[in-house]
Design a protein around this ligand. Structure first.
Ligand code: TV7
Ligand code: CA
Ligand code: ZN
Length: 406
């Protein structure tokens, strides 16, 4: 493509394996791995592969995944499929792992919060093991590029599964590739800053490092009542006062920015730059992991923010200016065409390229399959944002910024 060049002064690597695209969580499940197909087509369509080193990811090994996860859970994930699930549920060593979930009565749960019920957040589906170990392998390869000094920025849009716990799947996440990456980074870097702009709270990562001052976690997320049903927005944690495990040396090394629905570009950018700027200044990290969940965009099927691609991308640009080793991973994002355009735009930003202000999908094979209900092709969506019952009216952003600045 004309105009795409390699960045001067830094190296970018892109980690991916197209086999992750074949997976289906279930007919009505919001997580659609083909959003990654769309992202790939846009990245290649614009010629961004010429600006980066591209690597085909290989599956992570069980031993690598055990660095954080429970060995029984890892064995289960490596063997599970819709066919093997019922028999595995009867195996003695897995029986003690029936999760104590508040949603027990909603779906029929097996061990580790996994289920074959159609409405489950973490279903057992065909090819699931392959998918899990591949997205994890891509994140670990990206991490390796950084810690060995071969890349300055490494990208894996198939990673960023921030809700997975040590021995429990949660919120569409099974293996916590972010935690595994940060554990590898801690062998080399004194301090790692984790920043999470997915609309959901990065609870799994925060929990894993709640006693660890060498990792600071900072999540921006929708928080509070979901609607009039009395339910909280998932996962329900991450209020302003959760700042790491009290009474341990990890206290004060978690930051949470709880946000009501409807936040717009101007307010979000102000919050993000003030708080992230202060965190960088005070913590002086040696490396950064940025989770770029695209469900914080306006019009997302699950999210309730009104961000444009432009503001989402400005977060990436702001973090990149710190000039520290940077791992960029994906995460949520449920309106596929917007996810793909955002991540393509951000791939360009990471490699110092500027795409046209509009990113039409017509360079993609069968664009008509993706462009129904179009929000337009620009980096700014049309000016009719969705509203929700609890939208941001006059939240005191300044007060929040001040409270977090301790
Ligand atoms: C990182 N929201 C993950 C975000 C995870 C959100 C949830 C759904 C959902 C699941 C479905 C489905 C859905 C339209 C939406 C309280 C529940 C509600 C399931 C029995 N449609 C990320 C997880 C969140 C599954 N979960 O941060 C199958 O929405 O709110 C909940 C929990 C109880 C359990 N039930 C869902 O973005 C990747 N789930 C349709 C089919
Ligand atoms: Ca978040
Ligand atoms: Zn999310």
């Amino acid at each position: 493509e004309q105009g795409i060049t390699r960045p001067k002064g830094h190296k970018v690597s892109f980690h991916y394996n197209s086999r992750v695209e074949d997976m289906h969580f279930g007919k009505t499940h919001p997580m659609k791995p083909w959003r990654l197909t769309l992202t790939k087509h846009l990245v290649l369509g614009y010629g961004l592969q010429y600006a980066m080193d591209t690597y085909e990811a290989v599956a992570a090994g069980k031993d690598q995944v055990r660095a954080f996860h429970d060995p029984d859970y890892v064995d289960f994930l490596a063997e599970v499929s819709p066919e093997t699930f019922p028999a595995l549920c009867e195996v003695e060593k897995y029986k003690k792992h029936i999760a104590n979930s508040p949603y027990q009565d909603l779906v029929d749960l097996g061990p580790f919060n996994l289920s074959t019920s159609p409405g489950a957040d973490c279903p057992v589906f065909d090819g699931m093991s392959t998918y899990l170990f591949l997205y994890t392998g891509a994140t670990l390869a990206a991490t390796n590029q950084l810690v060995t000094g071969q890349s300055d920025i490494a990208l894996n849009w198939s990673g960023g599964l921030h809700h997975a716990h040590k021995s429990e799947a949660s919120g569409f996440c099974y293996i916590n590739d972010i935690v595994l990456s940060i554990l590898d980074m801690l062998r080399v870097y004194p301090r790692v800053l984790y920043i999470d702009i997915d609309v959901h709270h990065g609870d799994g990562v925060e929990e894993a490092f709640q006693r660890q001052p060498r990792v600071m976690t900072l999540s921006y997320h929708r928080y509070g009542q979901y609607d009039d049903t009395g339910h909280k927005f998932f996962p329900g944690s991450g209020d302003l006062n959760s700042t790491g495990l009290k009474g341990t040396i990890g206290e004060h090394f978690a930051l949470n920015v709880p946000i009501p629905s409807g936040i717009d570009d101007r307010q979000y950018t102000h919050l993000f730059q003030s708080i992230t700027g202060r965190a960088l200044e005070a913590y002086k990290p040696s490396a950064i992991v940025l989770q770029c969940g695209a469900d914080s965009l306006g019009g997302d099927r699950l999210g309730q923010f009104n961000l444009n691609i432009k503001a989402h991308g400005e977060c990436v640009a702001f973090v990149k200016k710190a000039r520290l080793p940077l791992l960029i991973v994906g995460g949520g994002g449920y309106t596929a065409r917007n996810v793909a355009r955002a991540w393509c735009h951000e791939t360009a930003l990471a490699s110092d390229n500027k795409l046209p202000d509009r990113i039409p999908l017509d360079i993609v094979p069968r664009p008509e399959a993706f462009s129904r209900k179009s929000h337009g092709n620009g980096l700014l969506f049309p000016p009719f944002p969705r509203t929700h019952p609890n939208d941001c009216k006059d939240v005191d952003l300044e007060l929040m910024i001040k409270k977090l600045d301790y």
